[in-house]
Write a protein that binds this ligand. Structure first.
Ligand code: C5P
Length: 229
């Protein structure tokens, strides 16, 4: 079972170094826009050189040609996981996959952000179906485009497993242990619920990075995630 993926939502390398000093083991780390736009590929190479796995969460969404070329560049970084927005469409996702050809990097698609509620999806995106239907539609499209999986909330992970197969990755953010604030996330679940509902990977940010004892919080979440089998 994959380790919990820790979202390194920090403004610069300094905070990353301070944070990583809490750990001795190899971790699975998510580098998102906040950090990447400040520190760039050098930071990714640095984290890889320490022996950690990297999910580069840049959520690409552009015309197919641009996404394909961008992916060709990201493949050279040797990251383990990258993503696009499924809303970019089938052709864009196929192009992203082509860009990664010959690399080991896995590609997943963001369905609906876990900070989006059904109401917001109706009013902001004018998508008239239920949130679950929208997520399932995006997941099936990602599968059709040859992607390895999706980012979704725990609430949809089970249905996606049934629809797209058990080995189709379901990477779920919005994870909060029972006693921790949901912050801006709308569709949250505990690590145990995530395991029971068929997530293949969990992404945890603030519940670890803002904790007073990050090492202990990580350990607890990791145990809850893998003990819940
Ligand atoms: O702090 P928290 O655990 O809410 O962090 C969740 C992380 O997962 C953030 O880095 C956020 O950008 C990312 N994410 C998300 N929902 C998605 C895709 C990525 O929350 N659908």
């Amino acid at each position: 079972m994959s380790k919990p993926i820790i979202a390194l939502d920090f403004p610069s390398k300094t905070e990353v170094e301070q944070f990583l000093a809490h750990y001795e083991e190899p971790l699975f780390l998510k580098v998102g826009m906040e950090l990447y736009f400040q520190e760039g590929p050098e930071l990714v190479r640095y984290i890889k050189s320490l022996g950690h796995s990297v999910f580069l969460d840049l959520k690409l969404h552009d015309i197919p040609n641009t996404v394909e070329s961008a992916m060709r560049g990201l493949a050279k970084l040797g990251v383990d996981l990258v993503n696009v927005h499924a809303a970019g469409g089938l052709e864009m996702m196929k192009a992203a996959k082509r860009g990664l050809a010959g690399s080991e990097t896995k590609l997943i698609a963001v369905t609906q952000l876990t900070s989006t509620s059904e109401e917001q999806m109706h009013s902001d995106q004018l998508i008239p179906v239920s949130l679950e239907e929208s997520v399932l539609h995006y997941a099936k499209m990602a599968k059709q485009a040859g992607l390895d999986g999706v980012v979704c909330s725990v609430l949809e992970a089970e249905a996606i497993g049934v629809e797209c197969g058990e080995d189709f990755l379901r990477v779920t953010p919005g994870i909060r242990p029972a006693n921790v604030s949901a912050d801006d996330q709308k569709r949250v679940a505990t690590p145990e619920q995530a395991r029971q509902k068929g997530s293949t990977h969990i992404v945890v940010g603030r519940a670890i990075t803002k904790s007073e004892d990050p090492a202990e919080s990580y350990k607890q979440i990791k145990n809850e995630w893998s003990d819940a089998e």
